[in-house]
Design a protein around this ligand. Sequence first.
Ligand code: ZN
Length: 221
Amino acid sequence: MKKEKAVVVFSGGQDSTTCLFWAMERFSEVEAVTFNYGQRHKLELECAAEIAKELNIKHHILDMSLLNQLAPNALTRDDIAIEQKEGELPTTFVDGRNLLFLTFAAVLAKQLGAKHIVTGVCETDFSGYPDCRDIFVKSLNVTLNLSMDYPFVIDTPLMWLNKAETWELAETLGAFEFVRERTLTCYNGIIADGCGDCPACVLRRNGLDEYLVKRDQGVKQ
Ligand code: ZN
């Protein structure tokens, strides 16, 4: 384990919770930061706070309501449907979200004396979000280091994993049950296996099914 401190960008969902476990295994000190940007479901913030408390992780909740004011989207507004039209970004995309989140996480990390910023962004299940791309993260990493004259390292443990491999990582970290039962990914605000119908639930379940098949086969061999 590295004697280093990390800040995890944490939403209480499957991906960022897996990242939290990843960071806890890797770094001697870990804190989590959650952004309140007017999510449809307050439950998301409560879920994140509960997980952090249970794992004994210091949890920072930062107000980012400005983001909703600037960029209304389906994650914050009930009157915008979650959909993706051919050739367009899904309505769940929020312009500037990861740029702002990672930047504010970096400001916080520097104050806390942390070098590492961990985020669950992923290019593999790419919904077309430009700010989940590896090249964006690398570019921002350079910009952050220059802007604050500080040697940040943005860690993206899920960048090249598909959803099944993310479940596998959780298992490797001894966190499979915890992630499955305690996290909130569903756009309709239902913890664990969710509503089963929204795009986030479908993605999560497909990955889980794929992983469970693979795991069962591994047991039989
Ligand atoms: Zn759902």
